[in-house]
Ligand binder design. Sequence first.
Ligand code: ADP
Ligand code: MG
Length: 380
Amino acid sequence: MPDYYVGLMSGTSMDGIDAVVVDFSSPLADETPRIVCAYSHPWPDDVYQQLMASRDIPDDELHLLHDLDIRLGTIFAEATLALLDKAKLSAADIIAIGNHGQTLRHRPDASQPFSLQIGDAKTLAQQTGIRVISDFRSADIDAGGQGAPLTPAFHAAVFSSENEARGVLNIGGIANLTVLPAGTCDDEYSAVIGFDTGPGNTLMDAWMTKTCGRSFDENGEFARAGQINEVLLKRCLSDAYFHTPPAKSTGFELFNLEWLSAQLDKVPDAAVLSSADIQATLCALSARSISDAVSRYARDIQHLLVCGGGVHNTHLMASIRSALPDCQVESTEVCGIHPDWVEAMAFAWLAKRRINNQPGNLPSVTGAGTAVMLGQITNF
Ligand SMILES: Nc1ncnc2c1ncn2[C@@H]1O[C@H](COP(=O)(O)OP(=O)(O)O)[C@@H](O)[C@H]1O
Ligand SMILES: [Mg+2]
């Protein structure tokens, strides 16, 4: 009997909607759930522009927000239907969709903390004929947590080893690290650590867009052509975020071009730096903040399993490897899961947890007072 779930994930980079059908009934030999089908759905250009523009919307422009919410529900439905078409499955085959949604604001440290993902669940459920689980972060925030990262529980379920401590690093727009002590088993996740290390691709992407008109630095070639500026790097690494102990999470609200501009203002001779030098320094910033986090919180790991788009940035990966000579830094592919789909799979897994009335957060990771069920169920 197949046990199919759809996972949809679209992160800060907005490079597309990652969609997977996962079968939890026939795991691979090592109990890894099986990806039945994976698909990346493009954002329409106008919606991409609106989502970018939405980052600057004054908070009271709710009308636009509402329309965008419905429009995204429709697009997530299109992504799901295209995925099912590709998988040759029908809505009746799918138990539920776990939809992360597109984050507009993540403010876990505000006086009234919240994390807002849009993509109307009712629209998605009605247009697909599939039950939807959405709004995964609010329950954790209500329980006093950061509402992020949520994927470490999934990382623990599929990447833990009896014999060795492992790290799982997702390099999306923001990078997050999960530390899995050896022997982490099903209900013993209290020792798992997980947090956002800081920028993954987001600053590099923003700088490429601004200076080269390209959305990302393919294989890190532009960064490779520049020289790291140590003064700027040190300045960036002095940001309080990097020195705050976990639990912590961040987003584009902090790490953006205004943030970079504020760092550059404090660097003498910044004007003589070339665009490539700044890109090289931003790549070094991602690598250093990641390797510092590993050295500090995951000292014992022998393997660092990497997923997310940053795994394809060969220059970034080489920089991380050279900063962590005692650790094998590899793609999650070595564990049988393609690095591009891990996060979407995690939301299929979290949907299954919700359907089964099981908690989805790890209090040791998010800082929540207790483990809680995550997500709202919306029937079609
Ligand atoms: N070949 C590549 N070279 C460099 N960077 C890449 C490459 N492929 C993907 N990326 C980076 O990965 C990002 C997408 O990563 P993803 O894990 O989908 O992030 P998010 O979860 O934030 O959507 C792109 O914006 C880009 O910066
Ligand atoms: Mg993405």
